[in-house]
Design a protein around this ligand. Structure first.
Ligand code: BEZ
Ligand code: FE
Length: 306
């Protein structure tokens, strides 16, 4: 029997849930069921107008249209709404003293060059010379030889190579392996704070929320080794103005590192940098892998592949 619009308003959620087939995948049922309940509750709570509903449709359409192999506006949207960090927190509850995860972000790409320990990842890129070093160890402090580090950062203007016309050259990114004692070292430039891309729908929504788009200066790392949980993280520069208001909620106290200024010509020579330079040191701690729960690391390009 046909229902009045008042009746539909009250019963539609149950009706939509009741249409879910019983033999569909249980986890999918749980996710889509919760999505229906929460979206309906949201529409009821704000009494969404038709104009607002269509604004939402236009916003999501524009977000999709902004995506390609090098730009992932949906990941950016998830990041600025705090959804990415919530997913990360739920999936990486590290209670073992292991290095904390943080957001992967949209600028990881496959195909970085392999460099040797001590090499320069910036290869002549302008900026303040910086030497980063440390060790990869397990939760008992045992060094992990041959651990794999994937490293990327923005340039001194706050752009990642994927945002530049010269992208094919893969700049300011590298792959590195720890030596027999679990040690790693590389040269680069000191990262600076930068805005997340604001020339798309996410920029508009940040503006409407009255929020700045800045991320505190950081270097990205993915640290992995067989038998250990992959750690996707950043090292943040201590003292940065935006540590307390990161646009994507990614800062964790344990990931803030002192980048120490050094003016010694002799020490610069030893490290193969020009004075004045900065040094940063950090030990990554990996915990044993939870079987079957390894994090897949995906680039923007992976989202547009069939
Ligand atoms: C990044 O750090 O590369 C990043 C993370 C989230 C959104 C935008 C950029
Ligand atoms: Fe970044």
């Amino acid at each position: 029997m046909a229902q009045s619009s008042r009746g539909i308003e009250e019963s539609l959620t149950e009706a939509a849930l009741a249409r879910l087939a019983n033999d569909t995948d249980a986890r999918f049922r749980q996710i889509i069921g919760a999505l229906i309940r929460h979206v309906h509750a949201f529409v009821r709570e704000v009494e969404l107008t038709e104009e607002e509903w269509f604004e939402g449709i236009k916003f999501l359409t524009a977000t999709g249209q902004k995506c390609d192999e090098r730009r992932q506006e949906f990941i950016l949207l998830s990041d600025v709404l705090g959804v990415s960090m919530l997913v990360d927190a739920i999936n990486h509850r590290r209670q073992t003293g292991a290095t904390e995860n943080t957001v992967l972000g949209p600028f990881f790409v496959h195909g970085a060059k392999e460099i040797a320990n001590g090499d320069d990842m910036a290869a002549g890129w302008p900026g303040e010379p910086t030497h980063v070093s440390g060790q990869v160890v397990d939760t008992a402090g045992k060094p992990i030889a041959g651990a794999h580090l994937e490293i990327w950062q923005s340039d001194d203007d706050g752009h990642y190579d994927v945002q530049l016309p010269t992208f094919a050259e893969r700049q300011l990114r590298a792959k590195l392996r720890t030596d027999g004692e679990g040690r790693f070292a590389f040269r680069t430039i000191k990262p600076s704070s930068y805005p997340v891309p604001v020339d798309g729908p996410v920029g508009l929504i940040l503006d409407r929320m009255g929020r700045h788009p800045m991320r505190p200066a950081h270097i990205h790392f993915i640290v992995s080794a067989p038998g250990y949980e992959t750690c996707v993280t950043h090292l943040f520069v201590k003292g940065d103005d935006y540590l307390g208001s990161d646009a994507v909620f990614g800062v964790k106290e344990s990931l803030i590192v002192d980048f120490v200024r050094n003016e010694s010509e002799a020490e610069a020579k030893k490290l193969g940098v020009k004075a004045p330079f900065y040094t940063a040191s950090y030990d990554f701690v990996l915990q044993p892998a939870d079987a079957g729960k390894q994090q897949a690391v995906r680039a923007a390009s992976d989202a547009v592949k069939a």
